[in-house]
Design a protein around this ligand. Sequence first.
Ligand SMILES: NC(=O)c1ccc[n+]([C@@H]2O[C@H](COP(=O)([O-])OP(=O)(O)OC[C@H]3O[C@@H](n4cnc5c(N)ncnc54)[C@H](OP(=O)(O)O)[C@@H]3O)[C@@H](O)[C@H]2O)c1
Length: 271
Amino acid sequence: MLDSYNDRWALITGASSGIGAEFAVQLAGRGMHLILAARRKDKMTELATDLNTRHGTRCHIVAVDLADPDSGRRLMEEVRRLGVQIELLVNNAGMGLIGQIETTTPEEVRKMLNLNLMTLSDLTYRVLPGMLSQGHGAIINMSSQAAFQPVAFMAAYAASKSYILHFSEALWAEARSRGVTVMALCPGVTRTEFFDLAGVPGWLEKHTSHPPGKVVKTALKTLEKRRQYVVPGWKNYLMTLFVRMTTRRTAVNESKRFFRPAKPQKPASEP
Ligand SMILES: NC(=O)c1ccc[n+]([C@@H]2O[C@H](COP(=O)([O-])OP(=O)(O)OC[C@H]3O[C@@H](n4cnc5c(N)ncnc54)[C@H](OP(=O)(O)O)[C@@H]3O)[C@@H](O)[C@H]2O)c1
């Protein structure tokens, strides 16, 4: 459980855009000092300057590639050097890979798994012992609505988010009686750069989505109730229940319609 937001420190990964940047905005608004970590230093500097002007809170930036296997250790060294105690860790950084088997390279898959789960797990185990010894603190791990079922054409991504959901729920059960909350955040489609970067540019415009502000507001409200996971939006939540009631075969077959790649158009001159 959080001791307090005001004058405490939060570490947010993937804070240069989208949901991570929105966490920075809402947490600074509650008086938290922030450590922002991602690769794009210019974006984080702009955000930090704005938050400092608006809220007077402190903001430290760490430019780091979190797909690098040693990045969790290096990031926490930087935190130790600052001499601050992390009250809230938001393990948000992540990437997606959407496409057919032949167009998905093993190198991209390795990079995504390093980022989505290896570094997330590494940071969790580096931060949790300190929280447990002081008897307060919280971790939000970024999962997804995709965690509740296998998803065709984003097989490795959806499976990485299932890992995060199960990992976080198990730690929630272990840490809860010791004053610490670990919560998995499982958003549905959210308006960020995610889908453009994941390999389906323009996909977002054709689908219903939530703004990042709503996702973060729901996440913080649910964290205060000390729940183990949250799916923002009641329609998305119902979808996760529906998946449990149908057969696994139906669920995975139905998933094919979300990201099925478009058939290549035949040139007009062809018969
Ligand atoms: N958008 C959705 O519909 C949706 C739904 C469910 C879950 N999620 C999850 O939400 C999280 C945030 O995504 P988003 O939607 O906000 O997309 P986004 O705008 O693309 O944000 C991704 C963030 O992760 C950072 N990141 C990516 N690769 C990195 C690397 N190698 N090292 C360090 N940081 C890295 C990016 O920063 P740099 O590029 O500056 O490094 C950026 O700040 C992800 O974990 C994603 O899986 C998104």
